[in-house]
Design a protein around this ligand. Structure first.
Ligand code: BES
Ligand code: ZN
Length: 444
């Protein structure tokens, strides 16, 4: 590994650019500045655009009429690091153990986007230019729903016009296995609060005579699924596009299935909607997930209290055919209908993004697959959909009219969003190679 590249990645990672935490806004902004300076130093022209939220970094080479315009999108923001005690080494002090870089953001997305940046840097150094009109668009709000990027795209539609967009922010199904992702689930978020008594109560003095919001919430959350793991919200599956038989056949042959999922997750057993394999449940079926639940006493020991309110943070993963607003309305109706007596329910809609599907056999899709094949010689490229979401890809299509190619470098055990997030140096190197082959193939 070129040690300067690793130094660059480490410097990038050391910014604790956690977009969701207000107290980290300064770190997020400093990270954007560093990135802009890096892009300039490599010979591109970078701009840092202030938004109502975190800055957006845009960089380009000198555009020449008649060449393809390629946008490479990524994000420099990261997810929170808690539970901090479960990290083997501090999340923002990157270290290499056995050829693997451990740090928050190493995979998602700093390692992957910086591989493209450095790949362009290498080509510029060797050849003076890349073979396309290039636009880097690197934002700081992906992990919180990209709320300011849409306005930005609309305002800068002309300068950001491009023929195709490439993103490395998805996964590889296994080590050394080039992977082209042609579909992503969408997402919609919602927070539900159940309000009980005006204040916390002594659970001996009042317990039994007032509804406990935590008990009510547990009952309510339990109504969201049936015992077989199917979502029990009326109409939830109405618009779900059915899996194609070729997908079921192809996915069954992939070197990624129950055994790998069990090993990577460390779950005691797999569980999910009847009638589908685990991979089908992940990539082609919608879900309702509880991401956080709370209320009452959370400290060590015991406290005899009835908490005045309880909350649950929900997200829904959506598949082609489903629309976020429709699903939110259906879940809202379900929650209102099933809310136990004695509490007041409050529902707040959060961010959302539509599911994405593109044609892996389009001319650009084929170019991307050739680039992957050249990056991993002798290895067959897997064609997959994935369960995660990158909401902005639909906005790209809507506002810029461009399709997105998803060429991810994250491994199944990368621990994105979790303690000990990691990225193998070999994937970082592959990303640098991929940038060159990709721009060459897209230029053709
Ligand atoms: N890189 C992920 C998305 C991803 C991960 C796609 C794995 C496919 C496979 C991205 O950074 C992410 O985590 N997105 C969020 C979006 C949400 C906060 C709106 C997600 O999927 O939870
Ligand atoms: Zn992420």
């Amino acid at each position: 590994m070129n040690s300067a590249h690793l130094d660059d990645l480490f410097a990038f990672i050391r910014f604790p650019s956690i977009s969701t935490l207000p107290e980290r806004a300064g770190d997020v902004a400093a990270c954007a500045q560093w990135l802009g300076a890096k892009l300039n130093a490599l010979g591109l022209k970078a701009e840092i655009h202030a938004t109502g939220g975190h800055p957006i970094v845009v960089a380009r080479n000198q555009h020449i009429a008649g060449r393809r315009t390629v946008m490479i999108y990524g994000h420099y923001d990261v997810q929170p690091v808690d539970p901090l005690a479960e990290w083997t080494s501090p999340p923002f002090e990157p270290v290499v153990r056995d050829g693997v870089i451990y740090a928050r953001g190493s995979t998602d997305n700093k390692g992957q986007i910086l591989a493209h940046v450095l790949g362009v840097g290498e080509t510029l150094r060797e050849k003076g230019d890349v073979p396309v009109n290039l636009i880097f668009l690197i934002e700081g709000e992906e992990e919180v729903g990209s709320s300011h990027l849409e306005t930005f795209l609309a305002a800068h539609r002309e300068e950001l016009k491009c023929d195709i967009i490439a993103i490395s922010d998805t996964g590889m199904i296994a080590r050394d296995t080039p992977t082209f992702t042609y579909g992503l689930r969408g997402v919609a978020a919602m927070e539900v609060r159940l309000h009980g008594p005006a204040t916390d109560l002594h659970s001996g003095i009042y317990g039994g005579a007032v509804a406990n919001p935590l008990t009510a919430l547990a009952r309510l959350v339990a109504t969201l699924h049936d015992a077989e793991g199917r979502v029990a919200v009326a109409g939830f599956y109405d618009d779900v596009a059915p899996l194609q038989q070729w997908e079921r056949d192809a996915w069954a042959r992939l070197p990624f299935g129950d055994a790998e999922i069990l090993a990577v997750t460390g779950s005691p057993a797999l569980f999910g909607e009847a009638g589908y394999t685990s991979v089908e449940r992940l990539w082609a079926r919608p879900t309702v997930e509880v991401n956080g639940i709370g209320g009452g006493f959370q400290g060590a020991g015991s406290k005899t209290v009835i908490g005045r309110e309880a909350f649950v943070k929900l997200t829904f993963r959506l598949v082609p055919g489903q629309r976020p607003a429709d699903i939110m309305a259906k879940v809202r109706a379900h929650l209102q209908k099933h809310c136990p007596p004695g509490v007041r329910i409050e529902i707040e809609d959060g961010h959302s993004g539509e599911p994405y599907a593109t044609d892996p056999h389009s001319a650009f899709g084929k170019a991307a697959r050739r680039a992957l094949a050249r990056t991993f010689p002798g290895r067959e490229t897997a064609l997959i959909r994935e369960g995660g979401s990158i909401p902005i890809v639909n906005t790209f299509k809507k506002i810029l009219g461009a399709e997105t190619l998803l060429l991810g470098l994250a491994l199944p055990d990368c621990r994105a969003h979790a303690p000990d997030e990691n990225f193998p140096i070999e994937n970082f190197e592959a990303g640098i190679r991929l940038n060159r082959t990709l721009l060459e193939e897209l230029a053709r």
